[in-house]
Design a protein around this ligand. Structure first.
Ligand code: BDR
Ligand code: CA
Length: 311
């Protein structure tokens, strides 16, 4: 039996890469495509990383990769080399030759095509700035009624940011795109923000249970500096699994608790651009537009990740 039809939109990045591993290895999905975008690294680097990851998984023939936006809608790029390393995946696949490059086609068009081909069936798992989806919505606003659901790793509603004091990275990089997506009218839009992803911490001990396999070695190598950076900033030595949690939610929605709120994005503030503002008390009297993740069953999620990659 085929799994849930999904498209992953990524800026591969250490945690995007682990999300791809989880998505492909879980067997829970039929991955229709992986689309890439400017974010942690350039769109082209993210594309190469993604193609190499698929080679590592021996899935490069089964899953097509498409390139998307190489810059935010209105702003300059803001790379995260300090967190994700020079190539975005901690140098872990630096020696792997690239055998299969991206397929022809533009990410936003591919999202529209696949949604039209399988109306009501496609789940979009977005783990990067939302530029590609915003572009797709501009061309085809009816997309909101065609996709089954959208799961976004991004934002933070009850805590502090991870790139500015108030903003989470994916929303900060392209807040105009996030605003378009948040207000587009998707019937099911889930926000997997830092409120929950900060609780998804993989310790070194748990990571070591992945064993001495190519995947186990890849995970350890790609995350070594990333964990060190997290320790320097947060005082906790662990691998924070932001993007993987969005994939985890697509596999098992019961690992998170959600609540429906009206959420908007700040785009016109010197200090707070990219902040996701959640109207907890409905002070604006607006209809809720987003299912916000408020809690996570951390153990269930970490077990899912480790067990999936052990097999
Ligand atoms: C998000 O920002 C990126 O650096 C990560 O890949 C993740 O998507 C976390 O804030
Ligand atoms: Ca990402």
């Amino acid at each position: 039996m085929m799994g849930k039809k999904v498209i992953l939109d990524v800026d591969t990045g250490v945690d995007d890469a682990l999300g791809i591993l989880l998505a492909v290895r879980s067997g829970a999905f039929e991955v229709l495509a992986i689309t890439t975008v400017n974010g942690n690294v350039s769109m082209r680097q993210a594309t190469d990383n993604t193609c190499k990851l698929l080679q590592l998984l021996e899935a490069e023939e089964a899953i097509p990769v498409y390139q998307g936006a190489d810059r935010p809608l209105m702003r300059e790029s803001y790379f995260e080399h300090r967190v994700h390393g020079k190539d975005g995946i901690g140098g872990a696949l630096a020696d792997m030759p690239l055998h299969k490059a991206a397929s022809d086609g533009f990410a936003a068009d591919v999202i529209i095509e696949q949604a039209k081909r399988y109306p009501g069936e496609v789940t979009l798992i977005m783990t990067a700035p939302l530029t590609n989806l915003a572009l797709a919505l501009r061309t085809a606003p009816e997309l909101t009624q065609l996709v089954k659901e959208v799961i976004v790793m991004g934002g933070v509603v009850g805590s502090y940011g991870n790139v500015t004091p108030t903003a989470e990275y994916n929303i900060y990089v392209d807040p105009e795109a996030a605003k378009i997506v948040f207000h587009a009218g998707f019937p099911s839009l889930t926000l997997v923000g830092l409120d929950v992803t900060r609780k998804a911490l993989l310790t070194k001990e748990r990571m070591d249970t992945l064993g001495d396999t190519p995947i186990g070695r890849y995970v350890r190598e790609s995350t070594a500096d990333y964990m060190q950076r997290y320790y320097e900033r947060n005082g906790v030595y662990a691998c924070v699994l932001h993007d993987l949690l969005a994939v985890g939610v697509a596999i098992r929605s019961d690992i998170v608790t959600t609540k429906h709120y009206y959420v908007d994005v700040e785009t016109r503030s010197e200090l707070c651009d990219g902040q996701t503002v959640c109207d907890f008390q409905n002070r604006l009297s607006k209809q809720p537009n987003i299912r916000v993740c408020t809690d996570v069953d951390t153990d269930a999620f970490l077990d899912l990740f480790v067990r999936t990659l052990q097999t």
